[in-house]
Ligand binder design. Structure first.
Ligand SMILES: Nc1ncnc2c1ncn2[C@@H]1O[C@H](COP(=O)(O)OP(=O)(O)O)[C@@H](O)[C@H]1O
Ligand SMILES: [Mg+2]
Length: 259
């Protein structure tokens, strides 16, 4: 099934009042950020999208697929699932190597993707190289996040990708977003990080369990995001060098003027 857009129809806030935003459109090839304080309902919104809610969750929201209520099959048949969810916690139960994990996943999905393509993408997103013979359980937070994003982008070809707070993971966040959007997906990302929020096409503001506002990213916000990205890359590189035991001398901040 080709998914062109999802529509989230507003439900109620934590006090039972109708939420201010009555309709949120999520289109293919766009990134939507979800911002708001802890406890404001960001993860609940992601969950509503994940389960294609029908007024049957705490928020009372409904999610339409291409403008219509989706068939039950789309909600409950794992083979037809539309949504891949990269969550905050990445527990790997099976202790296998990275190569075994990717090969098993390629096979389960029945695609002809080369597992090494996934690895190549992952290694663009993390500063700590992942080798195919590493064990899944020994990957750092950054490595496992990078691998999951690459896996979702390249193998688990779902039209909708939800990311819950990738910022703490030490990966090149904006490249991770680029990787996902280049595959023409609907991307929704919960974030406390201005780089990601300002890089998104729109951001939804959450408060008291409700979607209170939809902000379209302005041109000056996009410019600001570019500067922040440079600072961010610089910081990530410095951190890697310190981790590797290097001495850091003569640190030059990046050129942060817009041309
Ligand atoms: N609209 C709502 N109505 C009732 N409970 C809600 C609503 N939105 C969120 N909650 C509940 O509030 C708590 C915090 O929400 P959560 O989505 O985890 O917040 P966040 O991810 O922003 O920290 C959760 O227990 C969640 O189920
Ligand atoms: Mg949360």
């Amino acid at each position: 099934m080709e998914v062109k857009k999802l529509t989230v129809l507003g439900g109620r806030d934590k006090d039972g009042n109708p939420e201010p935003v009555r309709e949120l459109e999520l289109k293919r090839g766009t990134v939507t950020a979800v911002v708001g304080p802890t406890g404001s309902g960001k993860s609940a919104l992601l969950r509503d999208i994940e389960v294609l809610a029908r007024g049957d969750t705490v928020t009372g929201r409904k999610v339409l697929v291409n403008g219509e209520l989706p068939p039950e099959d789309l909600r409950f048949n794992p083979r037809r699932r539309l949504v891949a969810h990269v969550t905050q916690t990445m527990g790997f139960l099976a202790d296998c190597t990275v190569a075994e994990f990717l090969e098993a996943h390629v096979e389960a999905e029945g695609t002809d993707v080369d597992p090494y393509d996934v690895l190549e993408v992952a290694n663009r997103l993390t500063g700590e190289p992942i080798h195919p013979d590493m064990h899944m359980t020994e990957l750092s937070g950054g490595q496992s996040r990078a691998l999951m994003v690459a896996d979702v982008a390249v193998i688990g070809d779902r039209p909708v990708v939800l990311l819950d707070e990738i910022e703490n993971a030490g990966i090149k966040k904006h490249e991770a977003l680029d990787e996902l959007t280049s595959h023409d997906k609907i991307v929704v990302v919960v974030t406390h990080d201005p780089v990601i929020a300002l890089r998104a096409d729109v951001r939804v503001v959450m408060r008291n369990g409700a979607m209170t506002e939809i902000i379209r990213t302005s041109r000056s916000e996009r410019e600001a995001a570019k500067l922040l990205e440079k600072v961010d890359d610089w910081l990530l590189e410095l951190r890697e060098r310190v981790r590797e035991g290097e001495r850091i001398e003569g640190v030059e901040p990046p050129e942060v003027t817009t041309a």
